[in-house]
Design a protein around this ligand. Structure first.
Ligand SMILES: Nc1ncnc2c1ncn2[C@@H]1O[C@H](COP(=O)(O)OP(=O)(O)OP(=O)(O)O)[C@@H](O)[C@H]1O
Length: 324
């Protein structure tokens, strides 16, 4: 337990609409260890961002946390006072947002945005010290000091994204949550940024939760993988095990959506169909309508998350018969 940085137990969160409740995070439990790189993958709409925003305490007004516990270094993030939340967030847990490139303030220089972040959370510091921290943080993401006076529009997309990563790292948090941090970038820039994040994480040993719809980005850099479908975890385990022996038909579908890292190029599979509507979920397995291996029991009963071994588990009835 000593090495567990974040323990999420049975977390439930969602959005209350007139038609009913969208339970976008529906009973999520997971442990994140110190220095661990956790990749969370799943199609658009499966609840990845809702999970991230719940952890950051940044849910929208119509959102509600309806159950569970999130322990960060033993402290429940869901019951923090406003002041304690301010102390923890950004200093101990920071986030790189999906639309990070547009999150920079267009009328402030890069130096001001970085020093403002520092001084908001560490008001006792001098401006000179904050500027020094800004320079060091930019250097970590390979941006030279002479860009400190630049405005966001003077930087390329990849550079803006790296500034956002610098901002997330500047206070040396224990956990950085990255929600699709490279989606808007072209593939080459995306690769450079992923490699940079991976290098920095190894160098400074912070923990990362990296969220993306693109599983191919995650297999090389993650220690652990969590696959989400319709608000639930459908598979989790060490990245290598999930990649080599995907146990859930949905994970296999996601795997088939991208070319293998080595060996012959397979035809792109993809997964026909769409995830279910949260307001009209199937009675049994939520993946049933799209599953190429479905059986009668899958239509009737929702499957539990079953352990395959001590570290790898999947939510699929077929595992019980050993024929998934
Ligand atoms: N403010 C909101 N009000 C109502 N429903 C919402 C709200 N935000 C998200 N949702 C719904 O909650 C579900 C989960 O959305 P979420 O953004 O968490 O998924 P995601 O996996 O991060 O998708 P994406 O990659 O597209 O952001 C979706 O059905 C979405 O339409």
């Amino acid at each position: 337990m000593d090495d567990v940085l974040l323990r999420i137990t049975n977390l439930e969160a969602g959005y209350r609409l007139r038609q009913g409740m969208i339970r976008a995070v529906d009973g999520i439990s997971l442990d994140l260890m110190k220095g661990e790189f956790l990749g969370i993958a799943g199609e658009s709409g499966c609840g990845k961002s809702t999970l991230a925003y719940t952890l950051m305490g940044l849910l929208e007004d119509n959102a509600e946390i309806t159950g569970g516990e999130v322990l960060f270094k033993g402290e429940n993030l869901l019951t923090l006072s406003r002041n304690r939340a301010k102390e923890i967030r950004w200093v101990d847990i920071s986030m790189v947002f999906q639309s990070a490139m547009n999150a920079l303030n267009p009328v402030l220089k890069i130096s001001e945005q970085l020093t403002d972040t520092v001084l908001t959370h560490l008001p006792g510091l001098t401006k000179a010290k904050a500027l020094d921290m800004a320079k060091k943080a930019l250097a970590l993401v390979d941006i030279s000091e002479d860009r400190l006076d630049a405005y966001p529009h003077q930087l390329s997309g990849g550079m803006k994204q790296r500034v956002m990563i610098a901002m997330a790292m500047i206070l040396e948090p224990d956990l950085i949550i990255m929600d699709e941090p490279t989606t808007a970038l072209d593939v080459v820039v995306q690769r450079t940024i992923i490699d940079k994040i991976s290098d920095l994480q190894k160098q400074f040993n912070f923990s990362v939760i990296f969220i993306t719809h693109d599983l191919s980005l995650l297999v090389e850099i993650s220690d652990k993988l969590v696959i989400m479908y319709s608000g639930q975890i459908v598979e989790s385990g060490p990245a290598e095990a999930v990649y080599r022996h995907p146990a859930h038909p949905y994970t296999r579908g996601l795997m088939n959506s991208f070319p293998p890292l080595s060996g012959p190029l397979l035809e792109f599979g993809g997964i026909p169909g769409r995830p279910p509507n949260f307001l009209d979920l199937p009675e049994g397995c939520r993946f049933y309508p799209r599953c190429p291996q479905r059986k009668d029991i899958c239509r009737q009963l929702p499957p539990e998350l079953l352990p395959l071994d001590e570290v790898h588990s999947a939510r699929c009835h077929l595992l019980k018969d050993g024929n998934a």
